[in-house]
Design a protein around this ligand. Structure first.
Ligand code: PGA
Length: 302
C-alpha cells in the first residue's frame, strides 16, 4: 500500500475534528486540498475511510483501523523528534569533569571510551586533590566530580562505582617484602612518604592509623602519587597509595605491595554532584556510563 505521511496527517486531522472544514483550517490548507489527500489515501487503502450521514461525517470500520494506526505513527514520530533533540544535546554539549589526582590514572581511559562510544561533546578535565574537588563542588562550577569518600554535611549526590583499595608499597629489595602478614605495629619502625595535606589518600591514611592507634613516622611530603612512587623506588621509605596508581610499576616489578595486616584499606570511588543540580543530557549520560561501565573498564591488578 502506497501512502504518505502527509496523507496520514491530513486524515488524522479530519478524523479527530470530525470535519473536513475544521481540519483544513487547522492545517492551513484549502478544503479541496484536504479532500484530495483523503481520497488518495482511500485509493491506496482500497476502502472508504469516511461516510457522510446527513451533515456529519463518520469513520467507517476501515477508517477506525486507519485512525488507530495513524495515532501510533504520530506518537512514534513525536518520539523520534524528542530522541533526536536529546541526541543533539548529547552530541554537541560540553562536559566539565574534575577528578582526584589519584583517579587521573583511570579517568582518561573512561573519557576516551565515553567519547568513542557515546558522545562527541567537548570535554574538559581538571585534575586536582580532594580539597580542590570540594572547592569545585562548593562553587558549583563543574558538572561532575570523581572522588574518594565524599564529605558529610554538604548537600551532595554521590554514587559509588568501584573499589579503591589503598596499599602499602615498598622497593622490591626492601626487607619487609618477604614477610607475610606484617603486623601493623611493625610499620612504626619505618619511614612513610606521604601525600600533601588536602589529599584524600593522606586523610584516609591518617584516619586509619589513628583508629588502629599506630604512630607512623612520616618523611617527605609530596604532592603527587608519581613522586611518592619514585621516592619509594629510590629506597627513601614506604608509601601508601591507591592500587589504581600502580598498574605499570607492578607489571614491571619496580614496586611491591606489602602484605600488611588489616590491609588493603577499602575505599570506593564516587561520581558526585551537588544535590538539586540539573545535569545536562551529556552529563547525565556520562554519570550513567560511569555507574554502569566504569567497573568493567578498570581492572585492578593487585
Ligand atoms: P587524592 O585522592 O589523594 O588524589 O586526593 C582522592 C581520594 O582518594 O579521595
Amino acid at each position: 500500500m502506497l501512502l504518505t505521511l502527509r496523507q496520514l496527517k491530513v486524515f488524522e486531522a479530519v478524523a479527530r475534528n470530525g470535519s473536513f472544514t475544521r481540519a483544513a483550517e487547522e492545517l492551513h490548507l484549502t478544503q479541496p486540498a484536504v479532500s484530495m489527500q483523503v481520497k488518495q489515501l482511500e485509493g491506496s487503502a482500497g476502502l472508504p475511510l469516511f461516510e457522510q450521514l446527513g451533515k456529519k461525517i463518520y469513520l467507517t470500520q476501515a477508517g477506525q483501523e486507519m485512525y488507530h494506526y495513524c495515532r501510533n505513527i504520530a506518537q512514534q514520530l513525536d518520539e523520534v523528534d524528542r530522541v533526536m533533540a536529546e541526541m543533539k544535546g548529547v552530541q554537541r554539549g560540553r562536559l566539565a569533569i574534575a577528578v582526584a589526582s589519584t583517579a587521573n590514572y583511570f579517568a582518561p581511559r573512561l573519557l576516551a571510551t565515553f567519547s568513542q562510544q557515546y558522545s562527541k561533546a567537548t570535554i574538559s578535565l581538571d585534575v586536582t586533590n580532594r580539597e580542590g574537588l570540594l572547592a569545585h563542588l562548593d562553587a558549583n562550577d563543574i558538572d561532575l566530580v570523581i572522588m574518594g569518600q565524599p564529605p558529610e554535611g554538604l548537600d551532595l549526590v554521590a554514587e559509588p562505582f568501584t573499589e579503591n583499595p589503598l596499599v602499602v608499597i615498598a622497593a622490591p629489595n626492601h626487607p619487609l617484602v618477604k614477610i607475610e602478614r606484617i603486623p601493623l605495629e611493625r610499620l612504626q619502625q619505618e619511614t612513610f612518604l606521604v601525600r600533601e595535606q588536602g589529599s584524600g589518600t593522606r586523610t584516609a591514611m591518617e584516619r586509619f592509623f589513628a583508629e588502629k592507634k599506630v604512630l607512623l613516622s612520616t618523611g617527605m611530603e609530596m604532592s603527587s602519587n608519581e613522586a611518592i612512587k619514585q621516592a619509594v623506588q629510590a629506597g627513601l621509605g614506604l608509601g601508601l597509595v591507591s592500587v589504581h596508581t600502580l598498574e605499570l610499576e607492578l607489571e614491571t616489578r619496580r614496586l611491591t605491595i606489602l602484605d600488611v595486616e588489616s590491609f588493603p584499606i577499602l575505599r570506593h570511588w564516587y561520581v558526585v554532584h551537588r544535590q538539586g543540580k540539573r545535569l545536562s543530557p551529556v552529563a547525565q549520560l556520562f554519570k550513567d556510563f560511569v555507574i554502569k561501565e566504569a567497573r568493567g573498564l578498570l581492572q585492578i591488578s593487585e
